[in-house]
Design a protein around this ligand. Sequence first.
Ligand SMILES: *[C@@H]1O[C@H](CO)[C@@H](O)[C@H](O)[C@H]1NC(C)=O
Ligand SMILES: *[C@@H]1O[C@H](CO)[C@@H](O)[C@H](O)[C@H]1NC(C)=O
Ligand SMILES: *[C@@H]1O[C@H](CO)[C@@H](O)[C@H](O)[C@H]1NC(C)=O
Ligand SMILES: *[C@@H]1O[C@H](CO)[C@@H](O)[C@H](O)[C@H]1NC(C)=O
Ligand SMILES: *[C@@H]1O[C@H](CO)[C@@H](O)[C@H](O)[C@H]1NC(C)=O
Ligand SMILES: *[C@@H]1O[C@H](CO)[C@@H](O)[C@H](O)[C@H]1NC(C)=O
Length: 309
Amino acid sequence: MELLLRLCLALILVGASSALNNCTCATNKWTVCAQGGSGNCTCTLVGSNHKVNCSTLTSKCLLMQAEMVLLKEKHFWGHPWELLDNDGIYNPDCEDSGMFKARQCNHTNTCWCVNTAGVRRTEKGDKSLNCGEVVRTSWIYIELKHKKRPSTFSGSDIANALKHVLESRYQLRSKYIAAIKYNFPFIQIRLNQKQKSRCDVDIADVAYYFEKDIKNNSIFHSNSTLPVSVNGHALDVEELQIYYVDEKPPVFCMRQLLPDVSTMLTVVTLTAGCGIAGLLILRWLRTRKCKKTEMTEMDEIRAPSLQLS
Ligand SMILES: *[C@@H]1O[C@H](CO)[C@@H](O)[C@H](O)[C@H]1NC(C)=O
Ligand SMILES: *[C@@H]1O[C@H](CO)[C@@H](O)[C@H](O)[C@H]1NC(C)=O
Ligand SMILES: *[C@@H]1O[C@H](CO)[C@@H](O)[C@H](O)[C@H]1NC(C)=O
Ligand SMILES: *[C@@H]1O[C@H](CO)[C@@H](O)[C@H](O)[C@H]1NC(C)=O
Ligand SMILES: *[C@@H]1O[C@H](CO)[C@@H](O)[C@H](O)[C@H]1NC(C)=O
Ligand SMILES: *[C@@H]1O[C@H](CO)[C@@H](O)[C@H](O)[C@H]1NC(C)=O
């Protein structure tokens, strides 16, 4: 009798573990998945009990939370704190919907306001800082530089290849891809989303997934490298920069801005690039006053090396 019971238990365990192997989250590897009694696979974000919808992208805010949990674990096990600062990652406060809360605070009660991409857009303050509604990031510019190769790609081949990846891999609707421009060896992708419906993926989430893919740290469960091939040739990206342009200009006071201009603008780089931040500093230095600085058109402040338009 007891033997039978043990056998049953063992069978159940084997069944459970093989089911677990099957039950994974295709769009988010930073999850813990389990098969419920009804056979449904439910996945929650690591370090929280937030349920993840594995048929669409996870929001950037939730992804950053998961990354911080994993970073802390890594730190605990004696690995270096490598991602921090580098990527502008912090432990964000998210709404239940997964969106960034307008105001983000530090463990030291330093607070700042962010846009829908989670990027700081105001000076830092204390707990009394009031951010109001979260400001929408309506444009995202992704700038890539591909590795040296003997000949230039065709602009339309590049555009078609990237458009296909954006639409199929990240589920971005084509109407949000404003332009893809190519000027050997630079590529610029312009995403524009003034409003989004509940079912659409957010361009900020697409940019985050794309960035991780380019950096060989894909968030997708299958860890394949980003499959961008242009006419059968792999597109090897060696530089990446992402710029966020909000509906409303960010509010910075020059005095406080200078030490950390880069936090606001060049949030993401693969290799050190300071063209745009540099230009901005020059512009602001010329005014020499502490007034609210407005950034409206990215085109105005483009670095000479990246003239793509
Ligand atoms: C679960 O895994 C088995 C092999 O381990 C496979 O045959 C089966 O199709 C998988 N089921 C699902 C739903 O993926
Ligand atoms: C399991 O999935 C089915 C269909 O996908 C759904 O109707 C059902 O409510 C789910 N059960 C649970 C417990 O989530
Ligand atoms: C998950 O996302 C898909 C694609 O956006 C959507 O159709 C589906 O309703 C979502 N499921 C839940 C449970 O929210
Ligand atoms: C968090 O607080 C520390 C200590 O005050 C500060 O140095 C750091 O810049 C803050 N982080 C952010 C993202 O503001
Ligand atoms: C990512 O992997 C590819 C192929 O292994 C390699 O060519 C590329 O340089 C890597 N990129 C980074 C940023 O490590
Ligand atoms: C997944 O990516 C990590 C980090 O780049 C790499 O070390 C690992 O070998 C990859 N695994 C597979 C199965 O490709």
